[in-house]
Design a protein. Structure first.
Length: 328
């Protein structure tokens, strides 16, 4: 199993451990508080715990019949429980105040029900995958895709309106997100700022995560500076190591704002290695940039630009800055 996904599962296991430990401590503190304020409750609990042993001893000694012992035990137990409940309520506690605490009452925080994963496990898994993906917002979804923000006026340069173009982009993004039969493996979103490149990437990421797929997002400047910090020993923390594992192992890697990074021979080598290895391994990528294909070819070496332009479906976004339209 890939290290990135393995780390997610390990962290999820630790989260369940934390939940159980936290709830255990809360319960112990509640019991301690109750015993301090109502000492009789502690006495009653000790008596209840001892009833079973005393009844068993009486039966074994032949002093009473099993039937009589059970009836006697029930009578004593009911009396003690009634007294206990009355005391708890008189001091403002619920009757079940000392019961075990569970966040999920379906699986009792075990994550399993009869050897099947509980629904709470998948809810936590998606939330953790979203957090570890580094995607800015979990609220950007295809359901919120608003095509009305794009003009219906035909653009003379492209012979199509921004609305119709974006409708095609949306259809392609949905197919990609759902890994449709004829969907491309990698996407290159390009166009001016504010046209929905990042939003569309976020929507795809959310769908991937909902489908149980691992995603990692990072802007190009941050991504390459992180690799540099690790390479030259400026930051070799576990957090950085996890980022590098995610870049290599995530089922979908999203690199935003390509072309805005500080260029160097090392940065170019990292970019080539990331793209080349993921293409060879068949791991999907989305790259977004303000550069058009001609500018990519002019800005990067042949071995980088050929892999980007040859290994990615090129997707143009054009029109008016929709963020400005939203703010009006």
């Amino acid at each position: 199993m890939e290290e990135y996904k393995q780390k997610i599962f390990e962290e999820l296991g630790r989260e369940y451990d934390r939940i159980r430990n936290d709830n255990k401590q809360k319960r112990e503190q509640t019991i301690k508080n109750i015993y301090t304020h109502i000492p009789r409750i502690k006495t009653i609990d000790e008596m209840i715990n001892g009833i079973g042993l005393s009844v068993s001893a009486s039966v074994l000694d032949g002093l009473v019949s099993p039937e009589a012992a059970i009836a006697n035990m029930k009578e004593r137990m009911d009396a003690l429980l009634n007294e206990r409940n009355t005391l708890l309520e008189s001091f403002g506690f619920q009757k079940d105040a000392t019961n075990e605490i569970f966040n999920c009452k379906k699986c009792n925080d075990k994550s399993y029900i009869d050897n099947e994963r509980c629904s709470c496990y998948y809810d936590k898994l998606r939330a953790l995958m979203q957090k570890m993906s580094n995607v800015g917002s979990a609220n950007n979804t295809f359901e919120k895709f608003d095509l009305s923000l794009y003009s219906n006026d035909v653009d003379s340069r492209y012979g199509i309106s921004p609305y119709d173009n974006m409708k095609s982009v949306l259809d392609l993004a949905l197919s990609f997100a759902n890994e449709g039969k004829n969907a491309p493996k990698n996407l290159l979103f390009y166009g001016a700022t504010g046209l929905g490149k990042t939003f569309t990437s976020d929507c795809i990421a959310k769908k991937y995560i909902d489908n149980g797929k691992t995603v990692f997002y990072m802007s190009a400047p941050k991504l390459f500076s992180t690799f540099e910090d690790y390479k030259f020993g400026r930051d070799t923390s576990q957090r950085v190591r996890s980022i590098i594992d995610a870049v290599n192992d995530a089922e979908l890697l999203i690199i935003d704002d390509l072309g805005t990074e500080f260029r160097s021979t090392y940065v170019d080598s990292i970019l080539f290695d990331i793209i080349n290895s993921r293409l060879n391994e068949g791991r999907s990528m989305i790259v977004s940039t303000n550069l058009n294909p001609e500018q990519i070819a002019a800005s990067y070496s042949d071995r980088i630009s050929s892999r980007i332009l040859g290994g990615f479906e090129k997707v143009l976004l054009f029109g008016e800055d929709i963020r400005l339209k939203k703010s009006r």
